[in-house]
Design a protein around this ligand. Structure first.
Ligand SMILES: [Zn+2]
Length: 236
């Protein structure tokens, strides 16, 4: 009986450990994981996940144009297929596009063929809309464990995570000003900020966006796309 309990406890600990590992923002088993870039320059990358949606892409792209800011959009293959005009709108405005899987699953215990299909169908949808830039990858929910990092490492493709996600704190998520203040306070040179703006439920995030941009510009930050951030000279 005791032995069974010990084995059960070890099993639970192992599963818990794997789950924690799968969500780690700064570590994975294979390949390169980017959470933030160590640089002395006051640069920050704004990354916008999911979509593109028909309803909000226009509004977001117009807002970024008004602020003269370039961002990186991690989009799903499914939505890219449904809304190719919105994909074009994003990259024609000078923003970078990234692959955020095809159907937004937790890519944790998926078969290798399912992982490959999620990634390749999305690349194909982004290319079909005419985008020619580098396609970065960000896993849905930041989840990855074995197959996904291994596959990306084979392709010499980096996994792009983030160091700031103000929306995960529910008290911040509901309050645009609080969300903006949090991001402005916590951004460091080389930070990657994650925001979700593409769906109706994210009204306060959309309201926070101009506040974030103005506040960070006032502090001397310059907004860059993720590829530019990765090319920054490293901290000395
Ligand atoms: Zn997502």
């Amino acid at each position: 009986m005791r032995k069974i309990l010990v084995i059960a406890a070890a099993f639970v600990a192992a599963v818990y450990g794997l789950w924690q590992l799968s969500s780690a923002r700064s570590f994975q088993l294979f390949g390169e994981l980017i959470q933030r870039v160590e640089t002395d320059d006051k640069v920050v990358a704004l990354t916008i996940d999911d979509g593109p949606s028909k309803r909000y892409t226009n509004e977001i792209v117009a807002l970024l144009a008004q602020q003269q800011v370039k961002a990186t959009f991690f989009i799903t293959g499914k939505e890219a297929e449904q809304n190719p005009d919105e994909v074009r709108l994003i990259y024609q405005a000078g923003h970078q596009l990234g692959n955020h899987s095809y159907s937004h699953p937790r890519m944790l215990f998926m078969s290798p063929s399912a992982v490959v299909s999620e990634i390749e169908r999305t690349d194909a949808a982004i290319r079909a809309a005419g985008y020619q830039g580098e396609i970065l990858f960000r896993p849905p929910y930041g989840k990855k464990l074995l197959v996904l990092p291994w596959y990306l490492a084979q392709q010499q493709r980096k996994t792009i995570m983030w160091d700031l996600e103000p929306e995960t704190d529910p008290t911040l998520a509901a309050d645009a000003q609080a969300m903006a203040n949090y991001v402005i306070e916590h951004t460091r040179p080389g930070s990657i900020v994650l925001m979700h703006l593409m769906y109706q439920s994210r009204q306060s995030s959309r309201e926070a966006l101009p506040l974030v941009i103005k506040g960070l510009k006032q502090r001397g930050y310059r907004f860059v796309i993720v590829s530019e951030l990765l090319a920054m000279p490293l901290q000395t």
